[in-house]
Design a protein around this ligand. Structure first.
Ligand SMILES: [Mn+2]
Length: 284
């Protein structure tokens, strides 16, 4: 499996990712599958990320309902010396997850839930708070402050689209600037931001998230150009057979190509520096 990942992603690119610290992108890539169904794949991804250096993170299971899944994360981390990120849904999960995860993620729907934020903060780990689809960016200043007030300065906030109607999300690039008011790193979740929640009717009844995979480069390019500190992506070796978020999984096959472009954008953009507007009358 590792050989396949290496062939697809390319060793040279992975080395470049490791050097990203000095570029505008800030060098943080959170990537991986939504769920950790395959131990083999998680391990391979871990190995790929390790080759890239410390700036590349493996993303573990999206849903940590069981200790078994924590053990998978533990194994990836131990085997490949790889930082891992995963989420929590309930306060009582934080302590156990915090013993393994390097970044604990707060799901968007729960971004204002004080007891969860405080429990996560108390682990001392880096907390990545996804901005609720129903929230103004200013809400995240409060959420980040809840982490800091609980004694943890290691917080970052994440844009993943805003709901302005049914079955669709809009990414407003102004939010990447406004989110800086939370006084912490800003991450762009470029794949979940392309979801069409409950937008896909299932054959046997029920609905699942649809998505606009073809627009992932559009949102990724935009967010890097305006100077985000990190990129979050769900990447899959077989997107059409992914049991979760398939329509917005970015193919592993195309990862290198996209990230090389993002690195190039990050190197030229001045997205983090406000352009000083000169309003004095123009004279020749
Ligand atoms: Mn997902």
């Amino acid at each position: 499996m590792w050989r396949r990942v290496e062939q697809m992603v390319g060793r040279r690119f992975l080395k470049d990712m490791g050097r990203l610290g000095g570029s505008g992108i800030g060098g943080l890539l959170l990537q991986g599958r939504n769920r950790n169904q395959s131990r083999g794949c998680a391990a391979a991804r871990g190995q790929a990320a390790q080759k890239g250096g410390s700036n590349v993170m493996g993303f573990g299971p999206g849903v940590l309902g069981s200790l078994d899944r924590i053990r998978i994360l533990e194994k990836v981390k131990a085997t490949y010396d790889l930082p891992v990120v995963t989420d929590v849904h309930e306060s009582h999960q934080c302590e156990a997850v915090g013993r393994v995860a390097d970044i604990i993620q707060i799901p968007a729907f729960l971004c204002r839930q004080t007891d969860l934020l405080v429990a996560a903060a108390k682990t001392g780990k880096i907390i990545n708070i996804k901005k609720g689809q129903f929230c103004a960016p200013s809400v995240m200043a409060n959420s980040a402050e809840k982490i800091r007030l609980a004694g943890n300065q290691n917080v970052m906030v994440c844009e993943r689209g805003t709901m302005f109607g049914y079955n669709d999300l809009i990414v407003d690039p102004r939010n990447f600037e406004w989110l800086r008011e939370a006084n912490c790193p800003v991450v762009a979740d470029v794949t979940h931001a392309l979801q069409q929640p409950a937008g896909k009717k299932l054959d046997g009844g029920g609905v699942a998230s649809g998505g606009l995979r073809e627009l992932i480069p559009c949102i990724a390019r935009t967010s890097v150009a305006v100077g985000v500190d990190g990129i979050f992506m769900e990447v899959h070796d077989d997107p059409l057979n992914a049991p979760c978020d398939g329509p917005t999984q970015w193919p592993l096959r195309n990862l290198e190509e996209l990230l090389e472009e993002l690195i190039a954008i990050a190197r030229v953009t001045k997205g983090k520096k406000p352009l000083k507007i000169d309003l004095t009358p123009f004279k020749e």
